[in-house]
Design a protein around this ligand. Structure first.
Ligand code: ZN
Ligand code: FE
Length: 259
């Protein structure tokens, strides 16, 4: 049934190709570059039926117009609150994306923080989260506050544990090194780092992850844990009074982290 292929772009971007009930049709998620998408589509004899965009950054939408030059009829789904050229359906929280050609439907989640209008697509046991949630990490706060990002990440954390998580970048190994600096005694992080290193040595993606795994290894979903709070307080040198403050402190700490 449903499977997800990928094309690699730039240094570490993933462009996801969601395949539904008919094996030759795909929806393209966050095509920052058209060329690797078109190459994958031709190689596997696929037909794109839709483009989904999570946020306006060029490494996620830069290829949309070039793909449309080849497939002008494609509907393009994107966030209502961001300006992305060629978007035909402008989506906000609670909207549904129906892709009958794939037999798939997605719920739209508003997840501001990395950008102000960032959205995610959740459906069929999968979530496409762009640059909001990464495996063992989260996006930088370019246009949002720590409060907004904390709420957005809580939405992901509340999804079923088995949900497959497809994010926009291969950052997992570096993220885990930071995660282990926060929680040096976290056995799940140590075990996952081993697995991730093996996969990277074979040049395989470390994705999808699952929400269940992220709850155990992602420090940005763990600001309620005593060990994470202690590490954040040590970094700041004063007590922190809420999960948002803990989250904000470890996000700031990560910004300056040299693994
Ligand atoms: Zn981005
Ligand atoms: Fe990105």
């Amino acid at each position: 049934m449903t499977s997800v292929l990928h094309a690699c772009a730039f240094k570490d971007n993933y462009i996801w190709l969601i395949r539904g009930q008919s094996p030759d049709k795909v929806a393209v998620v966050d095509p920052g570059d058209a060329e690797p998408v078109l190459a994958e589509i031709h190689k596997r004899h696929l037909t794109p039926v839709a483009i989904l965009c999570t946020h306006h950054h060029a490494d996620h939408v830069g290829g949309v117009e070039n793909i449309l030059k080849h497939y002008s009829f494609l509907p393009v789904y994107g966030p209502a609150r961001e300006r992305i050229p060629a978007v035909t359906y402008r989506l906000k929280h609670g909207d549904h994306v129906k892709l009958p050609k794939l037999g798939l439907e997605f719920d739209v989640l508003d997840v501001p923080g990395h950008t102000a209008g960032h959205i995610a697509f959740f459906g069929a046991g999968m979530v496409f989260c762009g640059d909001t949630l990464f495996s063992a990490g989260c996006g930088r706060l370019f246009e949002g506050t720590p409060e907004q990002m904390h709420v957005s990440l809580a939405k992901f954390s509340a999804l079923p544990e088995s949900t497959e998580m497809y994010c926009g970048h291969e950052y997992t190994e570096a993220n885990l090194r930071f995660a282990l600096a926060v929680e040096p005694d976290n056995a799940d992080m140590h075990a996952h780092l081993q697995e991730v290193q093996q996969r990277r040595a074979e040049n395989l993606p470390t994705l999808p992850s699952t929400i269940g795994l992220e709850r155990r290894i992602n420090p940005f979903l763990r600001s309620g844990q005593a060990a994470v709070r202690l590490a954040a307080e040590k970094h700041c040198g004063h007590p922190l009074n809420s999960e948002v403050e803990v989250f904000a402190a470890i996000r700031r700490c990560k910004d300056g982290f040299k693994g």
